[in-house]
Structure formats: C-alpha cells, structure tokens
Ligand binder design. Structure first.
Ligand SMILES: [Ca+2]
Length: 286
C-alpha cells in the first residue's frame, strides 16, 4: 500500500507561496455559489447527489438530498466546505482570482506536502504516534466511536468531534496551518500518478500529464491514521465530492474510512501579493 510513496526523493519548491490558513469554509463557498449561481457537480448529471449521514436510519449513503449544503449532520459556516469536487474547487479558485485580481489555485501535491510537514520528517507533524493526532487534527477518535460503535478503528484519545469540526480548532503546524491532518480531504492540482515519484523532477513538480484521478491529501474526519500521514497519497475522480462514490482507488474503497464518509474539501494556494492565509517561506531564507 505504500508503493506509491516510493522512491523517496528530493523536491525543491523554488518560490515562497501563500497557503490558506484553514480549509475553505462553507461560508466562503456559499459566497462563491451566491455570486455565480454555480451548480456543483453534486447537483448535475444523470445521477445527482452526494454522500451524507441519515440520522433517522443511522446510515451513511448516497442521496440526491446531499450536497455541500447538506451532509446530514450539523455544519456552520465555519466548517470546511465538503462534498466539493475537484472541478468545483477549481471553479472557486477561478472566481476568487477574478474577484481579487490575484492568482489562486489548488496547491500541487508537492507544495501541499511541504506545507503540511513544516520541516518535520515524522509521520504526522505532531509526531509518529497516531494518538498525537487528537490534538493536531480531527480524525476517527473516541468521540466518533461513541457515536458510531461499529467503526472498526478509532483513536483511543478523544478529539471532541464525531463529525467534521469547524476550521482552526486544533493545534497548527510550525507554519501556522490548521487541519492539515484530518477533517476534510484536500484536493491538489495534480493528476494522481502511482509511479510518478520515480520520474518526478526535483524543482516544482506538477504531477503527470494525464490520469484517472486527482490527488487528495491529508485524510478525513472519519479516517484511519494511515490515510492521514503527511506522505499518504490518495485520489478520486475529479467530479466527485467524496472518496466513496465509485471513485476511490480499486481495492481501497472499503479501507479509506472507518465506516463513515470521507468528504473532500480544499485549501487555497496563492502566489506573491495574495491575501490568502499564511506565507510559507521556502528554504532557510528568501
Ligand atoms: Ca474526530
């Protein structure tokens, strides 16, 4: 399962950049939809809908009533926007770029990993022990186990959230970034390439020229620590807003989550002069 993380190789991000301090929130996504009357992928096509939680039947499932607006559990405007496809995230970036006259896009997976690690070489920026995640990010934990006793794996520790958490509730990494582990999967710009690391250039890699999946990083509120590691590489079809809708890697779909629904969101990348979150300095000086 680790094959796609090899060979371990050197990457250099050559320019300082900004990354959103938090996931893009539901409130921010709402402004985009209101401004543009944009219809997300979950609202289109022959089989519109998304994944969510049915509190009456107590099951997760796919239904036309679910979308970024409704996942079946309570979300405020401070929660990450989820059930957001790669296409939706890219359209959000285009909208904001036009509005702000700056360039916003999704980070590449190399930029994402650099930002997530914040100079750490451990499994998580909080250390190697999965139990340290309870303070660093929202994953499948004791709070989730209390709500979903059937979940096959959860942290012993309690992170306080059975579902997604409002952004910024956990300890940030050394760059001041929140929720880089857990909460919502974060879309990256690249196509996913299982063998890409063998041929990745050192400077500013942008991923393969084509593929079936777009890269997802960081893990999810319902996820195993395995999928939450800084080095983990996952992906999904670009029109889907979760890793479950026939979209996850073959053979992995049943192991992506403890039993919940792995929801996709995103974090903004901005170049110089943007007002996007935290400035990440590359290397030891500018
Ligand atoms: Ca949790």
């Amino acid at each position: 399962m680790f094959e796609d993380e090899h060979p371990q190789h050197r990457v250099r991000i050559t320019k300082p950049f900004y990354l959103g301090t938090y996931h893009v929130t539901r409130g921010q996504f709402r402004q985009f939809v209101a401004d543009t009357a944009y219809k997300t992928d979950a609202g289109k096509g022959e089989n519109p809908g998304a994944y969510g939680w049915d509190p009456d039947k107590k099951v997760f499932g796919f239904n036309a009533k679910y979308s970024w607006r409704n996942v079946g559990f309570e979300q405020t405007d401070e929660h990450p926007a989820v059930n957001v496809s790669w296409n939706d995230a890219v359209e959000f970036c285009k909208w904001l770029s036009k509005k702000d006259r700056k360039t916003y896009r999704l980070p590449t997976e190399a930029e994402w990993e650099y930002a997530c690690r914040a100079w750490t070489t451990t499994r998580y920026y909080s250390g190697d022990d999965p139990e340290t995640l309870a303070k660093a990010g929202n994953v499948a934990d004791a709070a989730a186990k209390a709500k979903f006793p059937g979940w096959t794996w959860t942290l012993k520790a309690n992170d306080g959230y059975a579902f997604t958490a409002p952004v910024g509730k956990f300890k940030p990494n050394a760059f001041g970034l929140y929720d880089m582990h857990g909460n919502a999967w974060q879309w990256c710009a690249d196509w996913y390439g299982a063998e890409y690391y063998a041929k990745s250039p050192i400077d500013d890699p942008i991923g393969p020229d084509s593929g079936d999946f777009r890269v997802l990083r960081g893990g999810s509120w319902d996820g195993w620590p395995f999928f939450t590691r800084s080095a983990d590489r996952s992906g999904a079809r670009r029109s889907t807003g979760s890793t479950l809708r026939g979209s996850a890697f073959p053979g992995l779909s049943n192991t992506m989550a403890s039993g919940g629904v792995s929801l996709c969101g995103f974090t903004l990348f901005g170049s110089s002069g943007s007002r996007c979150g935290t400035r990440i300095i590359v290397g030891w000086d500018e």
